[in-house]
Write a protein that binds this ligand. Structure first.
Ligand code: PMP
Length: 417
């Protein structure tokens, strides 16, 4: 043939690929580690199935009624009758999916409506919805800061922030978690000319600690850097209007990233901004352009939920009450927690090793309570955590039950006296 291709030299019944060239071989360590854990007789913590979900705080797991204390359903919106009705109406009127990118045929009336709901919620001029919060960070960070520019991020940033840095080609600089001083020092060492983006989170989801945003933003401004804050774990219950930690601390920032997968109670991501050129992001942002848009039912539930969150003052108050009760109760029992005082709706119980973490986790699950297990590399400083995330809809009785179960499990495993 013209290309010199000789089909008779081609083995049409080839031998198996050699192990050293099997791309899947790199997972052997992970497979062995998981097998060793399961062989100890515990339930696989990363393969839980919700067989039935009864409410924002209760599900059936392995045939047992279980209190949910490990979901990000902070404001308990998933079963709100108005939210569910909005989804059903959109499903009936617009069908199950969009079959396309926001840029082409994938913008339906409900996508426009949810962006308006976000502009109203944040009182900002611009809002762009992405298919997930992960993609909002991926897209915003990689599109905002490009070659020759800088992204400065907290060392404990969420994976989607790190991946946004990896996707783009700006220079990346990390500073020590929540250290205003280190941020100042690192910004001070950079050349003055290039544009810079400082990326922060309102609440850090592993330990449930909040950022000293007021000082951080002041330092960023001192060095002429723009600021993006991921408020994924604060939307709905921080600040007078539930906008996030930045609102609670009375700040203006350039870009807020958020998600529909936590307080809003569905799936999706967004960025809001007052920047007059913000709309240009839609023309350049690959994770916005090269993927299908959210189904109309999803954005319709999000819009309804966001409008209700704006005025959910009573729920906010209940969430904080629950957070204080859980944090105070666990602390009094002698557990080591991620924060000294209740800073957010996440209460992290810090344990010595995987055996302790999985031991308590299993005892809680067997008793009918689900919490998250978190382990390195997702956690800071090699810690093993049981992460409790609180819902406004948890009742005082549920919190009391949770505390009783933690006391029994903690004693059984020897973590508390
Ligand atoms: N940012 C932070 C801080 C998060 O914790 C998460 C998800 N846990 C995301 C972004 C991604 O959100 P989503 O689930 O919408 O992809």
């Amino acid at each position: 043939t013209e290309t010199g291709f000789q089909s008779e030299t081609l083995d049409l019944d080839p031998p198996a690929i050699a192990p050293q060239r099997d791309l899947m071989s790199k997972f052997d360590g992970l497979i062995a580690e998981r097998k060793a854990l399961i062989d100890t007789g515990v339930t696989d913590p990363f393969a839980i199935v919700m067989e039935q979900v009864k409410s924002p705080t209760e599900a059936v797991i392995a045939g047992r009624d279980t209190i949910l204390l490990g979901t990000y359903n902070y404001m308990g919106m998933t079963f709100d009758p108005d939210v569910v009705a909005a989804g059903k109406t959109a499903l009936d009127r617009f069908g199950s999916g969009t079959n396309g990118s926001r840029m082409l045929n994938g913008t339906f009336q409900d996508h426009v409506d949810v962006e308006q709901a976000l502009r109203d919620f944040y009182d900002m001029s611009g809002a762009i919805v992405f298919s997930t919060g992960y993609m909002a960070n991926l897209g915003m960070i990689s599109t905002l800061a490009t070659k020759g520019e800088y992204v400065i991020l907290d060392a404990d940033s969420h994976a989607s922030i790190y991946d946004g840095c990896a996707q783009g080609n700006a220079e990346i600089v990390r500073f020590r978690h929540n250290s205003v001083e280190d941020l100042d020092k690192r910004l001070g060492r950079l050349p003055k000319e290039p544009a810079k983006l400082v990326v922060l989170e309102g609440v850090y989801s592993m330990l449930g600690d909040i950022a000293p945003l007021r000082e951080m933003v002041a330092v960023a401004r001192k060095h002429d850097a723009m600021v993006l804050v991921d408020e994924a774990h604060s939307m709905g219950f921080f600040g007078p209007n539930g906008r996030g930690v930045y609102e609670d601390q009375g700040l203006d920032v350039d870009f807020i990233v958020g998600t529909f997968s936590k307080s809003v109670g569905t799936v999706g991501g967004f960025c809001v901004s007052n920047h007059p050129k913000f709309e240009a992001i839609r023309l350049a942002c690959r994770p916005y352009i090269f993927t299908a848009s959210l189904p109309p039912s999803v954005v319709a539930t999000a819009a309804t939920s966001i409008r209700k969150l704006a005025v959910a003052h009573e729920k906010r108050a209940r969430l904080w009450e629950n957070a204080r009760a859980l944090h105070g109760g666990l602390k009094a029992m002698g557990f080591t927690l991620g924060t000294e005082t209740p800073e957010s709706a996440i209460v992290a119980v810090i344990l010595e090793d995987q055996q302790q973490a999985v031991g308590i986790w299993q005892a809680l699950l067997d008793g009918g309570l689900y919490v998250n297990v978190a382990r390195p590399p997702a956690t800071p400083a090699g810690t093993f955590l049981l992460r409790c995330s609180i819902c406004a809809e948890h009742t005082a009785e549920q919190i009391a039950t949770v505390l009783t179960m933690f006391r029994a499990a903690g004693r059984a495993v020897g973590v508390i006296g």
